[in-house]
Design a binder for this molecule. Structure first.
Ligand code: GTP
Length: 335
């Protein structure tokens, strides 16, 4: 069975330091024998930064549009291709500075149906000086987008702190606590973040990261262990409901499930799960279905896939308890 490839989304406004961080990721990968593949998106027709990267790595370029809107449909395909052709230890997606993280989250999780991929973390880089200037204005598209990117992140890298004073830094740090209370926050110059912090990120339990330890999943986590790992996270970090920010829960089903039990689970979904999708095999009908759910409406389409697809369900929402949902899914597959 192929391993699950972890996916990291790197977001952050124009010029905040994303490429600087990516270069560090690649350097560390080269010395630590971690194989990284990159998916780079540029609104223009040229990938300037891709050409400047210091390492030669498997790379897909998506040019001429933003992956969160105009060329979003291609994202899943490009991700699958990278995973299949290179079997990397991790895929990093560098988004354009203007990308809206939610839409990207949706597309990445979509790809989990066709390839063994799992979104592990959203990393937002913010330019401290620029952010402060925008906060002073307190409105406008850029301000809104910066806030959105930060709010969707599991890890916020407050970069270019050499360009602000100590009081300003305090102000920014307090603000990040409000905007993204459950994310891990680091303040850096030239994105000098401990990369192990990133590889410990687990989108399933992002809020627990600050308490994470060596028992967290490694990047070469196998599918057959995914369930165990998730369970370990849950056991180890306690069972209290975690109320995070926007997040996705990806769960590969170990086998067919009962259709009634599955529909009952869907009908019980909390309101803050606003999107779900997946491929499920119902044992009572012996059929496979493409399952879609949006804002309390669900739809099941019988499918006969011509190529390998996986039984997997993905839930996207804001502030719902991933652990509670995970427990329900585990019960569903235990029946
Ligand atoms: N002063 C200062 N400059 C920095 C820091 N980090 C990065 N830079 C510089 O900021 C500029 C932009 O950095 P990049 O890493 O290219 O930013 P980016 O987010 O990839 O930019 P886009 O591709 O335009 O979205 C470069 O000239 C970096 O050398 C920092 O902590 N302090």
């Amino acid at each position: 069975m192929d391993k699950i490839v972890p996916v990291y989304v790197l977001t952050g406004f124009l010029g905040s330091g994303k490429t600087t961080l990516l270069n560090r990721v690649l350097e560390e990968a080269a010395s630590g024998h971690r194989k990284i593949a990159l998916l780079m998106n540029e609104v223009g027709d040229a990938n300037v930064e891709g050409g400047l990267l210091e390492q030669d790595v498997p790379m897909a370029e998506m040019l001429g549009g933003c992956i969160c809107c105009t060329i979003r449909a291609d994202l899943g395909m490009e991700l699958s291709k990278l995973a299949r052709e290179h079997r990397p230890d991790a895929i990093w997606i560098e988004t354009t500075g203007i990308a809206r993280p939610l839409e990207i989250l949706d597309s990445v999780t979509e790809a989990s149906m066709y390839e063994r991929l799992e979104l592990k973390g959203v990393i937002a880089v913010a330019d401290a000086r620029h952010l402060l200037d925008r906060i002073r204005v307190g409105a406008g598209k850029t301000y809104k987008l910066m806030r959105e990117q930060i709010s969707a992140a599991d890890l916020v890298v407050l970069n270019k702190t050499d360009l602000v004073g100590a009081t300003e830094l305090d102000e920014l740090q307090s603000l990040l606590e409000v905007w993204s209370p459950n994310a891990v926050k680091v303040s850096t110059v030239r994105t000098q973040v401990d990369l192990e912090e990133i590889y410990r990120l687990n989108h399933v339990s992002a809020s627990d990261l600050s308490r994470s330890d060596s028992r967290t999943c490694s990047s070469d986590c196998e599918l057959d262990h995914a369930h165990e790992h998730q369970h370990e996270h849950q056991e180890h970090h306690g069972k209290g409901a975690s109320h995070d920010h926007v997040h996705a829960l990806t769960y590969y089903l170990p086998g067919p499930v009962d259709s009634h039990a599955f529909e009952a689970l869907v009908s019980r979904l909390p309101e803050d799960v606003y999107r779900a999708k997946g491929i499920v095999t119902f044992r009572d009908t012996a059929s496979r279905f493409l399952f879609q759910y949006a804002y309390r409406e669900s739809d099941y389409l019988r499918i006969t896939p011509q190529k390998t697809v996986y039984d997997v369900v993905v839930f996207i929402g804001e502030g719902f308890s991933k652990q509670a949902l995970l427990r329900e899914l585990e019960q569903l597959t235990e029946v």
